[in-house]
Design a protein. Structure first.
Lengths: 464, 400
């Protein structure tokens, strides 16, 4: 019997599995942000970031809500907690006591100063006598991980609840945009997708004209119009397209919107590319280096290097159960002394570079790079999974949200996530980075919209 | 005068050669045969464990009792003073760190080769196990590809050539025994965790009792398994094949003997799995299934070699990450895997890098389907040889 073997070349395999981010961005426009007319105090600003328009302090640093258990109060103090506890309630002393930071040092509260409360902004009287801003009742903080306006490094994407680094940020505060009552914004990986109220992604069809649906009976079998109520009025980027009969359909930037019959609320955007449909994004996708791709893994779509190998951040979780600290902040920041926590998962400075391999920036790339969510940082020499201090010589590598990324040397095929959650005592872990789920769809995604914040608002009605 | 037989023969030849026969009758006969061939779909729903002989009082297989866990191992360390002990415990509340020769501080899970625990650990010494003969020998003698080891006998005594060295390594750790938490959690995750959806499709089944050739596909599934009110898994619900990650699709062949499916080896089968909430890939080399087909599914054994380093990392990430619950001490476990390794001998060093294993498994019938929204199924290789055990049968989407 003839034996015919077909083996796929590594390059073709990678091409089948990954999609270079260079293909994205085509068709994206640079439309204006349609923000709500939502008053804010004089020392609060609105800042554009790769994740959308956020509220920021007077310096432009992103605001976050905290881990406070009750609205209208802040539990973030200057106390240095020196002990931790396990789920079995064993209490133990934390190591490196001189490096432990207080909550205020990690997430400085945003102070009122001389400004006056307005709209959804109120004042919290802190236990230390200072006055702190609250937005919709939640105390506001900045993050020590943000260094410049536009940074949203305090909250690693894809992890809800506490910030992925376990710090007290729970999420950036997006400036509200105008949305119809039938629409909301849903996070799909790092993509912020416009969806129907029940969570189905919205799409535009190339066959439609401006504010006019050309979707016939056959088309309607797959594409369901996002209907507008009889009272719907145009506002911001939203218009109302009349359908046959008495039905009205929402259109965004003139494009009538639909849900896809093949989608479920959990399926992301499988309709993207079907019949050349374009998913409606609330925020443009961030610029991604050409050496970074996206790979389909069993846990979803994760960022990967150009060979399709999943990339990881070194992530510490100083806050454990019940809000008690478990690890010093030095775990994921540089310290003069060799920190054995870095080497715990890989041996020592000679073995670790082979286990956790940095994604090195090609020569010349750093100068031409304009992105924000992805940046170029220097890791120390000898190897460390953290950013080297200013002026220290080291290796230029790609970083996601300010944290250098690495591939896992024990993975030998694209799409593996064996490195995910490799860690020590549940405290410091290597975390894979959830990427844009939009690439699940077929065809080349083209993105419709440029709205940029999260809010629920009735278009044409009173602002809330 | 020609005999009637000869005349009949000539007449038969004319019939067989006739256009009517060739164009209508023959295809109809063939179609009927293929239409009669059955496709059986199976999904793993539990019964997942490492086969072996486990007794209630452990005296037979583990006369020294349970092996120490990581914390017990730490407590057995002889420090020079109480102060030294207390200092060692700082930041080490799960007992994972050790100071080894040269004063280096290491984590037992990530540098087990440097750690020799004070408290001793022992291998299971039972002599019985379900399983398969993986090395082809009757007595476990050394070959050019395998290392010398003791064989095990099946419980019914019919087979005395079973290879399952992994049982020896896990058999005396509390967490990985039947009464331990590891497999209790893992089996529950075969119901709840998306990665733990393993499918087997058997095509071309002419007889569920005896069939000399069937085609087999192993794949990852996308859909939930469902139980009825009595707690039994519902058979014949559908399972979509996960073609979004085509490397989880494997093809092989097999046969059915006395109602038992026996597959030919898959040289490198890697499946996704979540065990105690952590997810990774578990690899099976020369993987063979032996499954008794039942009315509602199948039950049997997955026999394979497992690369010791890869398997150790999977266990470290899943069981080793919760040492208090799973009581799996990383360093002794690693040393045991290396000690009991019996497969994939390195021709240069003579070291065996894989360990034979027999996994028990239970499966429920399912209807395996393809979702038209998802990428198509990778095509089956033109030939899948049952004799080339080193052949890679992994297929990827570029072969579409």
């Amino acid at each position: 019997m003839k034996k015919i073997q077909k083996f796929l070349s590594r390059q073709a395999y990678i091409a089948a599995l990954t999609l270079p981010f260079a293909m994205l961005g085509m068709g994206q426009s640079s439309a204006q942000v349609a923000l709500q007319d939502d008053p804010h105090p004089a020392n609060i600003t609105v800042q554009m970031t790769d994740e959308g328009a956020v509220f920021a302090d007077a310096k432009g640093l992103t605001l976050y809500s905290g881990n406070d258990p009750k609205p209208g109060a802040s539990t973030c103090t200057n106390e240095i907690v020196k002990k931790g506890s396990t789920v079995q309630n064993d209490v133990y002393v934390l190591p490196y006591q001189d490096r432990i930071k207080s909550c205020i040092q990690k997430t400085p509260p945003v102070l009122v100063g001389d400004a006056q409360p307005v709209g959804a902004w109120t004042v919290i009287n802190r236990p230390d006598g200072l006055k702190q801003w609250a937005y919709r009742g939640r105390a506001m903080y900045t993050s020590e991980h943000d260094r410049a306006p536009g940074d949203v490094n305090g909250n690693l994407s894809g992890r809800s609840g506490r910030g992925a680094n376990g710090s007290s940020e729970t999420g950036p505060i997006f400036a509200p945009v105008i949305l119809p009552a039938e629409v909301m914004i849903k996070q799909v990986g790092i993509a912020r997708v416009l969806t129907s109220k029940d969570g189905h992604s919205l799409y535009a069809l190339p066959s439609d004209s401006r504010n006019k649906s050309n979707c016939d009976e056959k088309c309607l079998e797959k594409w369901r119009p996002l209907l507008a109520s009889a009272l719907a009025r145009p506002a911001g980027d939203w218009t109302v397209a009349q359908r046959s009969g008495k039905e009205s359909q929402w259109a965004f930037k003139g494009k009538p919107l639909y849900t896809y019959a093949g989608d479920t609320v959990d399926s992301g955007i499988t309709g993207d590319g079907v019949d050349k449909a374009v998913v409606a994004l609330a925020v443009p996708l961030p610029a991604v280096p050409k050496d970074i791709t996206v790979s389909r893994t069993m846990l979803g779509w994760f960022y990967a290097d150009k060979a399709g190998m999943t990339v990881y951040n070194w992530s510490c979780r100083p806050i454990g159960e019940h809000g008690t600290p478990k690890m010093p902040e030095s775990c994921d920041s540089y310290n003069e002394k060799t920190d054995f926590w870095w080497y715990a998962t890989c041996g020592d400075e000679t073995t670790c570079p082979n286990v956790w391999r940095p994604v090195v920036v090609a020569e010349g790339e750093e100068k031409s790079w304009k992105g924000h969510m992805w940046s170029v940082v220097t890791i120390p020499s000898p190897w460390g999974p953290v950013v080297a201090p200013e002026g220290m010589k080291g290796q230029k590598v790609w970083a996601y949200k300010g944290r250098p990324v690495f591939t896992y040397g024990y993975e030998d095929l694209p799409g593996m996530v064996d490195g995910y959650d490799v860690g020590v005592q549940g405290l410091q872990k290597w975390a894979a980075i959830i990427a844009d789920g939009s690439l699940i769809g077929r065809g080349q995604p083209k993105y419709l919209s440029q709205a940029s914040a999260e809010s629920k608002q009735h278009a044409g009605g009173k602002s809330r | 005068m020609k005999s009637e037989g000869f005349g009949f023969f000539r007449k038969s030849k004319r019939i067989l050669k006739s256009r009517l026969f060739l164009s209508v009758v023959l295809p109809t006969l063939l179609l009927s045969a293929s239409a009669r061939a059955e496709t059986i779909g199976l999904v793993v729903t539990g019964g997942w464990s490492i086969a072996g002989h486990y007794t209630t009082d452990m005296k037979l297989e583990c006369p020294n009792g349970y092996n120490p866990d990581t914390i017990s191992s730490w407590k057995a360390i002889k420090f020079n003073s109480d102060a030294e002990r207390d200092a060692d415990w700082v930041g080490n509340h799960e007992g994972n760190f050790r100071t080894v020769e040269g004063g280096k501080r290491v984590h037992v899970g990530f540098a087990p080769q440097l750690v020799n625990e004070t408290a001793p650990s022992f291998d299971a010494i039972g002599t019985m196990s379900e399983g398969l003969n993986l090395d082809g020998t009757a007595d476990g003698k050394e070959t050019d590809r395998t290392c010398k080891h003791n064989k095990l006998s099946s419980p019914d005594g019919a087979s005395k050539d079973i290879d399952n060295q992994l049982y020896r390594s896990v058999g005396c750790f509390r967490g990985t025994r039947p009464e331990g938490v590891f497999f209790q959690y893992w089996n529950a995750e075969f119901e709840t965790a998306a990665p733990d959806r393993w499918l087997i499709e058997i095509k071309g089944v002419d007889s569920r009792v005896n069939d000399t050739h069937v085609d087999v596909m192993v794949a990852h599934g996308l859909d939930k398994v469902v139980k009825d009110a009595s707690g039994k898994f519902l058979p014949s619900l559908s399972q979509r094949v996960d073609t979004m990650i085509p490397r989880y699709v494997y093809y092989t062949t097999g046969r059915i003997e006395n109602g038992v499916l026996i597959t030919d080896p898959i040289s490198d089968m890697r499946m996704p799995s979540t065990a105690i909430t952590d997810t990774g890939e578990i690899g099976f080399q020369q993987a063979r299934w032996r499954l008794k087909l039942t009315d509602t599914g199948a039950k049997g054994i997955l026999g394979a070699y497992q690369d010791t380093d890869r398997f150790f990392r999977f266990m470290l990430k899943t069981a080793g990450n919760k040492p208090r619950a799973t009581a799996l001490a990383a360093a002794p476990f690693w040393h045991s895997l290396k000690r009991n390794a019996d497969g994939m001998k390195d021709p240069k060093t003579g070291q065996c890098n894989s360990i034979s294993a027999a996994w028990t498994v239970e499966m429920t019938n399912t209807k395996i389907v393809l979702d038209p929204i998802l990428p198509p199924l990778p095509s089956r290789p033109t030939t899948v040889s049952s004799t080339e055990v080193e052949k890679v049968t992994r297929v990827s989407s570029a072969e579409k």
